[in-house]
Design a protein around this ligand. Structure first.
Ligand code: ZN
Length: 259
């Protein structure tokens, strides 16, 4: 540690490895030095590292940023948010699409890269249309791979190229053991957690009312008349009658108990 010149650091602007003596000290920095070297102090933009045939277009609603036909996004101006020509980091979102974070009027927005590329190189997206990846690869955001389709056309395209797993390719067919069925089902394992009867959010009757209805039905009550009296549909009373619903409410007669 005696001879500081033996330690080198890469400048964030010129990308050259230089001895630490070429960097200004900065106590809040990670290693105690500034990220850019002394000769890069007054530089206000990163080097333009555009690839051959790469063209940039200003992003609508985000005038500080540009998107290229190689699906890259960079800063177009130097401001307190960052330096000109800085390429933005792209992150995969939960859906498997690349996104970038951009600021507009002090607010941070996260946008998918394919939507930016399509808007810049195909045209503003018409209402009710979505962006489709022609080759089915969500990370291939080149303009020639993108097109505007309706939701239905997009689903049909996904179907045609086999992105949607169905039939013998469906996960439930490939891995039936992973599905909670029979005694493994949540409702069987934890019946006390199920919202049954009047605990259910859409229940129209209370347990006592159902008990009364079952009693009336047993003694020859007519479903339609009962339904009118309780202010429910006839189908609901029929469901109770034929044991399709409210199965856990049991009206036991003396005959049942005798058996
Ligand atoms: Zn430098």
């Amino acid at each position: 540690m005696n001879n500081q010149d033996t330690f080198f650091k890469i400048c964030c602007v010129c990308d050259l490895s230089q001895p630490l003596s070429n960097f200004d000290k900065q106590t809040r920095g990670k290693d105690g030095y500034r990220a850019r070297c002394k000769s890069c102090k007054k530089v206000t933009a990163y080097k333009d590292d555009s690839l051959p045939n790469e063209t940039w277009k200003i992003i609508k609603n985000f005038p500080d940023y540009e998107v290229s036909n190689f699906a890259r996004v960079r800063r177009a101006v130097t401001s307190n948010g960052g330096m000109k020509n800085r390429i933005l980091q792209q992150c995969l979102n939960k859906g498997g699409y690349f996104t970038v974070a951009m600021k507009s009027n002090g607010k941070l927005f996260r946008k998918t890269v394919h939507s930016l590329v399509a808007a810049a190189f195909i045209g503003t997206r018409p209402k009710n249309l979505t962006v489709n990846h022609k080759d089915g690869k969500k990370i291939n955001n080149l303009p020639e791979n993108l097109e505007y389709l309706t939701v239905l056309q997009n689903i049909r395209h996904a179907n045609r190229i086999g992105l949607i797993r169905k039939g013998k390719n469906h996960p439930s067919f490939l891995h039936p053991e992973r599905l909670p069925r029979g005694d493994n089902h949540h409702a069987r394992k934890h019946p006390e957690k199920m919202a049954r009867g009047e605990k259910h959010g859409r229940a129209r009757l209370s347990s006592e009312q159902v008990f009364e209805i079952k009693k009336e039905l047993f003694h020859g009550g007519i479903a339609l008349q009962i339904a009118r009296r309780y202010g429910v549909s006839e189908g609901m009373v029929q469901g109770i009658k034929h044991n399709r619903t409210w199965k856990h409410i049991i009206y036991q007669t003396m005959i049942d108990i005798a058996e």
